[in-house]
Design a protein around this ligand. Structure first.
Ligand SMILES: [Cu+2]
Length: 497
């Protein structure tokens, strides 16, 4: 297999340098002439580059000068201060970030052939053994809460219906991939991986190389719904750190940052751990077959009210504590007008009768987790929650759960939200719910139920781990669907070759 890899590398290097990349309209003038193949960890560890990577990480961990690009602290700070999470460009920003970090690895190691390997947890969800050996001189070892990420995995982003790219659109890949497996891999591992300081753990970079690979694999062969580089979407630059920027458009395709992957296929099945003790684990969570939704907790209701311009709460509940047990939260819809709004919004724009527009200018529904924070029992991470809307009360909730899923929450998302909140402000996590609502049977909408299904690893904590000040359902004047027609990339796109 390495023979194949080497010949491919040589071919790509030759092909790329022979092409006058900058002469094509819409294609940015980038100087990348070498495309290096990032291998999977199991292959990488037997290459001569392995020792260079270990050396570089040992050096960068020992360097405590946060102002130096040769310290891991520099990269952790860049991620904390400039990382884009739960907002547009999650994938593009991290591609730029890996590009510069990989260059730094080459500088620190002095090995110009060094590349970042990726960890394909869809093949092996167990953290590679090199990372879990607690020997004092092992620069890859850090204390982590769990060592297997099987329960973080999902095939949802690779469903053929997921064709759009940008968030704010239905069927969009970027927010879906960020939501899972990206966030839950951070959360299930826990320790520093469950925080914004995650780049202290080399596993962060293997995880993100895999996320980047999955993006490219999904986009093949035709670029799917990724806007072409002439779109305003790609104008401007990413700020990667205090002193590094990269044109956004350069992150359209991995070759433009000098990267390709040993395997460019999307996962088609969950790994073997899916079959434990002869039993198929269906939603990898506590949603058992024939069990219905988790029991409804006893929470104080909050009333409907205006939240901000264009945002209205139609009801909620306050002081919700999340433990190792799953729980459902009931949201009464007290006002008839709000029930009617939900009824209107539960029909996708293309399926609405002609002329029917959402009442009062409200165009979307969101579920807001306001003033959400980690409690001491949850600080070491190692768990997350899947958030569902209106799971069936009885019967096989697991069978249809996918269509009810709003997203996931764990320490990683909560910390990211805290960074976005202004000084002393409350962290808020918002899940788009319009498209999920449109999947539900229209039942009058007198009440909504949000279920928080706990997903644990082998070593996850017990007790109150997360507190939510208020969970509420809001209608908003923001558009839930992108109805602009998609323009296919031109013939000179690397996704058209
Ligand atoms: Cu990440």
């Amino acid at each position: 297999m390495s023979l194949h890899r080497i010949s491919r590398r040589v071919f790509i290097q030759g092909a790329a340098s022979a092409l006058a990349l900058s002469s094509l309209p819409g294609r940015p003038a980038f100087a990348q002439t070498t495309v290096r193949i990032r291998p999977e960890w199991q292959e990488f560890r037997s290459t001569t580059e392995y020792a260079s990577l270990i050396d570089a990480i040992r050096t960068m961990r020992a360097n405590t000068n946060a102002g130096s690009r040769s310290s891991l602290q520099y990269w952790a700070n860049a991620h904390v201060n400039y990382g884009q999470h739960a907002i547009p460009y999650f994938l593009g920003w991290h591609r730029a970030y890996l590009y510069y970090f990989e260059q730094q690895l080459r500088i620190v190691s002095g090995n110009n052939n060094l590349v970042l390997p990726y960890w394909d947890y869809y093949r092996n969800p167990q953290i590679p053994a090199e990372f879990t050996d607690p020997a004092r001189d092992n620069p890859l070892y850090l204390p982590r809460t769990n060592t297997n990420v099987f329960s973080a995995l999902t095939l949802s982003p690779f469903n053929p219906s997921i064709w759009n790219f940008q968030r704010g659109t239905s069927n969009a890949f970027e927010p879906l991939l960020e939501d899972a497996p990206h966030n839950p891999v951070h959360n299930i591992i826990g320790g520093i991986m469950g925080t914004m300081q995650a780049p202290h753990d080399l596993l962060f970079f293997l995880h993100h190389a895999n996320v980047d690979r999955l993006w490219h694999a999904w986009a093949l062969p035709d670029g799917k719904g990724i806007p072409w580089t002439s779109s305003p979407y790609w104008s401007g630059s990413f700020r990667v750190s205090a002193d590094l920027t990269l044109p956004r458009s350069q992150c359209y395709h991995p070759n433009w940052v000098g990267t390709d992957y040993a395997d460019n296929t999307t996962p088609t099945a969950l790994p073997a751990q899916a079959l434990k003790k002869g039993r198929i684990m269906r939603v990898q969570a506590q949603l058992g077959r024939q069990r219905g939704r988790p029991p409804v907790g006893d929470f104080a209701a909050t009333g409907p009210r205006a939240i901000a311009a264009g945002r209205r709460s139609i009801g909620g509940a306050r002081d919700i504590g999340l433990t190792e047990n799953s729980v459902s939260v009931q949201v009464p819809v007290a006002q008839d007008a709000d029930s009617r709004r939900l009824q209107t919004l539960a029909v996708r724009p293309r399926e609405r009768p002609q002329g029917a527009t959402p009442a009062d200018g409200y165009k979307s529904v969101v579920v807001v987790l306001d003033n959400i924070r980690m409690l001491p029992a949850g600080k070491a991470g190692g768990f997350y929650y899947k958030v569902y809307l209106n799971l069936p009360e009885r019967g096989d909730a697991a069978a249809t759960a996918e269509g009810h899923l709003l997203g996931t929450i764990g320490s990683f998302e909560i910390e990211a939200a805290s960074h976005h909140a202004h000084h002393g402000g409350a962290a808020q996590i918002t899940f788009p719910a319009t498209d999920v609502l449109a999947n539900l049977p229209a039942d009058g909408f007198r009440e909504l139920t949000v279920s928080l299904v706990r997903v644990s690893g082998n070593n996850s904590p017990k007790g109150r781990a997360i507190a939510i000040g208020e969970m509420r359902v809001e209608v908003s004047t923001e558009e839930a669907y992108d109805l602009t027609p998609h323009v296919a990339p031109p013939a000179n796109s690397p996704y058209r070759r």
